[in-house]
Design a binder for this molecule. Structure first.
Ligand SMILES: Cc1ncc(COP(=O)(O)O)c(C=O)c1O
Length: 430
């Protein structure tokens, strides 16, 4: 396109068709979050805004089920939070064990290598997770400073059980970093009870918000290691400032010691706060806590059961270890003879519904259907299953028309105790 036409099209208003985002994230934000984001902009040292920051810390302590003082948000997407922790914690040569069961395990290994760690990767076959004994053996053999692991890896839709991993790491003198980008608020993650040193999250999955800010929490132990490396930048040093004895952190933007100072009562300047994103993070946490963790988790599990029932009734085969599936993203094999990309295109172009495929060895082989946050709803599930059913019938996939949406609907009706789903009463004799 000539430059002049490009500019002409760029000058037109962005007015996209609304899509139903049923992929592995992002999802549609809860309208409450979008409304919160239209609140007036404030400077980050405005007393009103500092109060919002404190609220947000308190709200995320409740979300993470932790008393960690260092609970805050990183301005950036989920990987920015992962990178912030790693660049601030890891010094060149430090040992990091990554328990990887998908593409986002690979991401953590990649970030750890870039910050100079001596990285060992423990790999699980995609579609499976680790037995804790495997991780224990790897920790014992490698003595890492940090163990990094996903809770849910969206690329494979698998969920790693974590309840015992924190204690295991502590017994071996290691810290545990959990990437809960895709699972936070979709499934339990009681940070203190599970003795996890650091969790990073995101809004654009089960928290029903947009991407662009990442809640994190750090144990006091991990916080101390980071504050030992505290070097406040020139021009901001408070009276009596003494630099930390540890090596200066190799990133300014992702310097967690300075970010902690910025969020603390010291309120030392760092970046200009993305105020709109903070409003979003605050509202997402409020929505989650108002509905209540148990109900939100149950809502995700129900949506996932309904999708699975619908897909199975359409003669599709679910992907991965059935015992360790995430309750918010469902992987399903693309059947032989069906063009997976053509199906995704038809869903998008004809139904305005987005679903995902995956990465690496699973690219083009599975679809991933997310039922997360605001979209973990009966109508969103039924609309998606019904549309997929129509498109698949057009691809000459063999199944009983209507079976998918009926089965998904039956899961919801049964959960409601809808009497219409009970066996029909006997017809009285004439
Ligand atoms: C488990 C996991 N970790 C990390 C990321 C990266 O998140 P972001 O794209 O927000 O940086 C994703 C994205 O889907 C993810 O699912």
């Amino acid at each position: 396109m000539p430059e002049s036409n490009l500019l002409l099209s760029a000058l037109s208003e962005a007015n996209p068709l609304p899509r139903l985002l049923m992929g592995p994230g992002p999802i549609n934000a809860d309208p409450r979050v979008l409304r919160a984001m239209s609140a007036p902009l404030l400077g980050q040292f405005d007393p009103q805004f500092r109060a919002f920051m404190r609220d947000t810390q308190a709200l995320y302590r409740a979300v993470f089920e932790t008393a960690n003082a260092h609970t805050l948000c990183i301005d950036g997407t989920a990987r920015s939070a992962i990178e912030t922790v790693m660049v601030s914690l890891i010094e060149p040569g430090d040992r990091v064990l990554v328990a990887s069961f998908g593409r986002f395990g690979q991401l953590k290994a990649e970030i750890a290598r870039r910050v100079g760690a001596d990285v060992r990767v423990l790999d699980a076959v995609w579609g499976t997770v680790f037995d804790p004994a495997q991780i224990q053996a790897a920790i014992a053999a490698f003595s890492p400073k940090l163990v990094a692991c996903c809770q849910g890896d969206t690329s494979t839709t698998m969920l790693q059980p974590l309840a015992d991993l924190g204690a295991l790491c502590r017994r071996h003198g290691a810290m545990l970093q959990v990437d809960a980008t895709a699972s936070l608020c979709g499934t339990p993650l009681p940070v203190d009870a599970w003795q996890i040193d650091c969790v990073t999250g995101a809004l654009q999955k089960c928290l029903a918000g947009p991407s662009g800010i990442a809640p994190i929490t750090l144990s006091d132990t991990l916080g101390e290691v980071i504050m030992h490396r505290r070097h406040v930048e020139e021009g901001l040093r408070p009276a009596g400032y003494v630099a930390g004895a540890g090596r200066i952190i190799g990133s300014n933007y992702f310097d967690l010691a300075m970010i902690i100072d910025y969020w603390s009562e010291r309120a030392l300047n760092h970046h200009t706060e993305a105020t709109t994103m903070l409003y979003a993070a605050r509202e997402c946490a409020r929505i989650f806590l108002q509905e209540g963790a148990a109900r939100v988790h149950a809502r995700h599990a129900l949506a996932s059961r309904a999708v699975s029932a619908g897909l199975t009734a359409m003669q599709l085969k679910l992907f991965g270890d059935p015992v360790h599936r995430m309750p918010n993203v469902t992987g399903v094999w693309i059947p032989d003879g069906v063009d997976g990309e053509r199906v995704r295109r038809a869903l998008l172009e004809e139904f305005n519904i987005e679903i995902g495929t995956s990465f690496g060895p699973l690219q083009g082989r599975i679809w991933r259907i997310g039922t997360m946050g605001y979209n973990a709803r009966c109508d969103a599930v039924l609309t998606t299953v019904a549309a997929l059913e129509t498109v698949l019938a057009g691809e000459h996939h063999r199944f009983t028309r209507g079976a998918g949406v009926d089965s998904a609907r039956a899961v919801y009706r049964e959960a409601r105790g809808d009497p219409a789903m009970s066996p029909a009463p006997p017809v009285p004799a004439a």
